[in-house]
Design a protein around this ligand. Structure first.
Ligand code: AMP
Length: 227
């Protein structure tokens, strides 16, 4: 399949959560990406919302690229049987074969490499409900955008109000003058799959970002490479 012109990086739970809408909407987002011929970049898992969004896209022959550290295969890629794929105690270097259910998978050595590759490949970031991992991934791309390390759209898919309390927290941070009003616009909020797509397409960079100069070409600090 040819590489799509637009690829969304989706951050979301490795669990399904308590509300069936989380899985349903994750799958619907995956379907919509395939219909729109946008690609999906994600954490490479088959469990929880990660599996739902990936399968939603791959099952409609959409472009899916999962990026997962080898150590996490046993937790997040439960359909992979190490004995069938010669992955010895999940430390082997045998790649997971391309899958009709979850697309192409790249195995990486650690979490930082995973996030860097996801960030480099994606044109925009979307967060769905999730736990610590999802929040960590979301907040990193938010702070990196604030620091002008990248200029890619960031959207929260607020399925059934999951992020309401988080958004209140951000508002409280703005009210307390820890986040500027302008940088409060870094995250756009969408309530439906259609709104997610629209928010990405119509995203405008906030004006309050710090205008810093990063040397992205030295290669001596790959963690901060321009993404
Ligand atoms: P969670 O929202 O906790 O279910 O995690 C969602 C995804 O984020 C899972 O694939 C986790 O492995 C991943 N994750 C958690 N912490 C990090 C991290 N520091 N860097 C990259 N991925 C992470």
């Amino acid at each position: 399949m040819s590489t799509p012109t637009t690829k969304l990086c989706v951050f979301c739970g490795s669990s399904s959560g308590s509300d069936p809408s989380f899985v349903n909407q994750a799958k619907k987002l995956g379907n919509a990406l395939a219909d729109k011929q946008w690609g999906l970049v994600y954490g490479g898992g088959s469990t929880g919302l990660m599996g739902a969004v990936a399968n939603g896209c791959a099952s409609k022959r959409g472009y899916v690229h999962g990026i997962i550290p080898e150590a996490l295969i046993s937790r997040e890629r439960t359909e992979v049987k190490p004995e069938e794929h010669n992955i010895d105690n999940h430390n082997g270097l045998t790649p997971i074969p391309d899958s009709k259910e979850y697309g192409h998978t790249t195995l990486v050595k650690d979490m930082h490499t995973r996030k860097r590759l996801m960030g480099q490949e994606a044109d925009a970031f979307v967060a769905l409900p999730g736990g610590y991992g999802t929040l960590e991934e979301l907040m990193e791309v938010v702070t990196w955008q604030q620091l002008s390390i990248h200029d890619k759209p960031i959207v929260i898919f607020n399925i059934n109000g999951f992020f309401d309390s988080f958004l209140k927290f951000i508002q409280a941070s703005i009210d307390s003058q820890f986040v500027s009003v302008k940088n409060g616009e870094i995250i756009k909020v969408a309530n439906t799959v259609e709104e997610v797509i629209k928010a990405v397409e119509e995203y405008k960079l906030p004006e309050g970002r710090f205008n810093l100069k990063w040397d992205h070409n030295t290669g001596d600090n790959e963690f901060y490479d321009k993404i």
